[in-house]
Design a protein around this ligand. Structure first.
Ligand code: TMP
Length: 416
């Protein structure tokens, strides 16, 4: 193993957005790339980086202090497939239908998605015969999108690729992105790209996990390499205004443990919705710009870590079996920060074909298909995919019916 540890690292850096001072509030130590599943027997040279997050004292953007090179995270073999969750697939079908009914009713509209993954959203757009393009650096995901009838470009979305798309396809009425925009440290280039590509009356709409929910649910595992920024309305407004856009709407979403959908337009093109000011007021009262809020968040994470490890060790000491459920990217932080090993959790079940048969990053806990879950059922299942709890528990209801129990660790360690 190679890579950095805490030793000698500064706990301050410059904001990637405004150049202000970013003050570290939490560190999770040496961490692997969250979606870099390993082939058994080929674990040498695994890459590690130091995971710490901080708050910009000027523009309030919460961000990581260290960056993993983008090609190491997002490449041909990036294993995540959005469609693995039926409820997320439904969510994106509704997003697409709403665009078709609202923004995409004019003559020959064009829609672009940044981080289109397996085409889960654009499939509905494609089926409606609307011009579209998905942009995603993962060739594997893009091939899956193409199989669903979606037009995809294997590329990173940034100023140059956006200009090339405009040249070839003309302006976009809608640019959409879900759980991708915040993954990109050089986010200014993405917004410059949006500036190149967006029609004058178009909208840039993006969905991201919402900082207020992360803080409220103590979801420390939402911090990992791919979540370079953790957005709130205030920091997003500051960000988009720097690049000549206006934040015109915000909606709260129940997905992924709490998310927000932001709508951005060229200044004056749309009348801002009252929701923007309402969110800003609520965020001020929640202390989302205050370092003390995040110092408490870090203290909460330590309590969860200690409680979870005590529970897992106690259960194992009593001879109980525990299996992990959902080889999520989030679980990289949970597993490696808490120090969960194969002695406590011998394997993790996951429905994603490209994760099965591999080893979890850092911990090297094996990943098995969902069929392994019931053969036989463990006494306890540690739900790393807690954001999909409803869907997973419904699917696995026989587990609970046969006496099995779920362990959850946000907002506190509890057993159901
Ligand atoms: P996510 O939290 O980043 O969406 O990742 C969810 C992971 O959990 C992904 O690897 C797919 C997996 N999963 C299952 O194995 N079974 C399920 O029922 C669901 C919804 C997800």
């Amino acid at each position: 193993a190679q890579g950095p540890d805490r030793e000698g690292r500064p706990d301050m850096s410059l904001c990637r957005i405004c150049g202000g001072t970013v003050t570290e509030f939490v560190e999770f130590g040496r961490q692997p790339i969250s979606d870099a599943f390993l082939v058994p027997g080929r674990t040498d040279g695994e890459y590690f980086y130091h995971l710490a997050a901080g708050l910009c004292q000027s523009c309030t953007m919460v961000q990581l202090l260290a960056e993993v090179p983008r090609e190491m995270m997002f490449h041909e073999d990036y294993p995540y497939r959005t469609s693995e969750s039926a409820s997320m697939a439904k969510h994106f079908e509704l997003v697409a239908k709403r665009f078709l009914e609202t923004e995409l009713t004019g003559p020959d509209p064009f829609v672009v998605e940044i981080g289109s993954n397996d085409g889960v959203m654009l499939k509905t757009i494609s089926d409606a015969g609307v011009r579209h393009l998905g942009v995603d650096p993962s060739a594997g995901a893009a091939r899956a999108a193409e199989r669903a009838g979606v037009r995809a470009r294997v590329d990173f979305f940034e100023k140059t690729s956006a200009a090339a798309i405009r040249q070839a396809d003309g302006p976009a009425k809608v640019i959409f992105s879900a759980n991708t925009f915040s993954h990109i440290p050089y986010i200014g280039s993405v917004l410059e790209g949006v500036g190149e590509l967006l029609a004058d009356d178009g909208v840039f709409v993006f969905e991201e996990r919402y900082l207020a929910d992360i803080v409220a649910s103590k979801a420390f595992d939402q911090i990992y390499d791919e979540h370079y920024y953790l957005f709130c309305v205030r920091s997003v407004r500051n960000l988009v205004e720097r690049y000549g856009f206006e934040l015109v709407d915000v909606e709260h979403l129940a997905v992924h443990g709490g998310a927000a959908r932001y709508t951005v337009a060229r200044p004056g093109a749309r009348r801002p919705n009252a929701a923007v000011a309402e969110f800003l007021d609520r965020e001020a009262s929640l202390g989302l710009a205050d370092l003390a809020t995040f110092t408490q968040f870090a203290a909460n994470a330590k309590v969860i870590r200690d409680d979870l490890m005590t529970l897992l060790r106690d259960l194992r000491a009593k001879g109980k079996t525990i299996v992990g459920y959902g080889a999520t990217a989030k679980s990289a932080t949970a597993i490696n920060y808490c120090g969960i090993t194969t002695e406590l959790v011998p394997y993790v079940c996951d429905s994603t074909p490209d994760k099965q048969g591999k080893l979890m990053p850092g911990s090297h806990i094996p990943v098995r298909p969902p069929a392994a879950f019931s053969a036989p059922y463990p006494d306890y299942a540690l739900l790393f995919a807690w954001n999909h709890a409803e869907e997973v528990m419904a699917k696995e209801k026989e587990f609970q019916e046969s006496g099995g129990k779920w362990i959850l660790y946000v907002p506190d360690v509890h057993v159901v």
